[in-house]
Design a protein around this ligand. Sequence first.
Ligand SMILES: Nc1ncnc2c1ncn2[C@@H]1O[C@H](COP(=O)(O)OP(=O)(O)OP(=O)(O)O)[C@@H](O)[C@H]1O
Ligand SMILES: [Mg+2]
Length: 415
Amino acid sequence: MTVVCSARPRLEGAPKSGPWVWLCEQAVPVDMLRLAVEQGAVDVFHKGSRDWEARLLRRLEESLVEAPAPRVPATFIAHSAAAKALLAQLAQAARTSMPVLLTGETGTGKEVAARLIHEWSERRSHTFVPINCAAIPDELMEGELFGYAKGAFSGAVHGYDGLVSAAEGGTVLLDEIDDTPHALQSKLLRVLEDRVISRLGENAWRKVDFRILAATNRDLKQLIERGLFGEDLYERLATVQLHLPPLRERQEDVEPLVLHWLERYYAVEAPAPDHPRVRSATSEALEVLRAYPWPGNIRELRNAIYGALVAKRAGDELLLSDLPRRLWQRERANTSALVSAQEVERRVASGTMNLRAELERLERLALQAALRRAGGNASEAARLLGEVGRGRAKDPGGTVRTMMKRLGASPRGGA
Ligand SMILES: Nc1ncnc2c1ncn2[C@@H]1O[C@H](COP(=O)(O)OP(=O)(O)OP(=O)(O)O)[C@@H](O)[C@H]1O
Ligand SMILES: [Mg+2]
């Protein structure tokens, strides 16, 4: 644990990784407290506050008691800081039986994350039951979830215990939870509160022991505002909320994911006798893959790689020209619209905008791209960044070096 000391309540010198506490000579205003925690501070102390020395000592002692990190399966790629932070949150969630709401765009890995929580939890020896709420017709959903008695409706020739019962002792994932019909939402709330279920056509209630996880790629808060999702149920499901970052915010994961999908492809498909096995991608191809915004996230990347391999005619390297056309077209379109006005509008409206973090992300992306292209040469990178990146005439790379230091970027274009 690092202790960052400062005379004034200004956040300077926060470590880039690892837990830290901030010890300040003066009282820290609420805005700065929030910012410090956002940057990974475990606690913040003002030297004049009551018992600050004892509290600091306690934080240092607590940091020595670390829970053992669970084993990450080799198929789960997590090289970027965002993915590593997610893994740590999943491990924390796995230690409890609390409901967890997994949010994130399509293809970001919500189901994979839910499986990890189950596998890492005490419930791992019982069943993990994923239920896709959008795939079950509304009128059949209650019966599918909670079961039905023989003769409960025409066609119910046998009794059925339902999917929730199948997860006894284990974990239920309610995927696409936003698609749950309103009437069933109240029943679900009751089940979550009382842990009892009853089959359709029966009055008996049975106790069940299961953990509930839910996933959605929609903004449930907005659905609540429009009266389409129950606030009570949301509060229950979102006891712990984990957000899966989109692939465009995990650029360091693109190359390992490409290698991962190359390997997975050949685990199923044997290369044709006269075709060499593709083992890598050229740096230009990777650069285009990293720059693409991937609206379909990891699933879309997988499909792009598999598609390229199916169509590939020769060579053991994935080339720029092997990649789907839309990646190129997008590259060109990007030059005119670096920031999506629509997305900015959406985030401001939903209160999820963090301008400071977004500006830093843009700076970091531009800096990394320029450094990669310039082979680590700061003056050349400054030229590629346009006016803002240029230093003084005597030291044209000065601004870039200052930026590198501030953003913790390496000359090779990594973070
Ligand atoms: N960290 C990861 N490493 C490797 N593959 C991953 C990772 N996360 C997700 N995937 C893969 O990406 C694909 C999409 O994952 P998943 O189905 O969990 O996404 P999702 O968020 O549930 O998507 P949707 O909202 O469309 O249901 C799957 O093929 C999954 O194996
Ligand atoms: Mg899913």
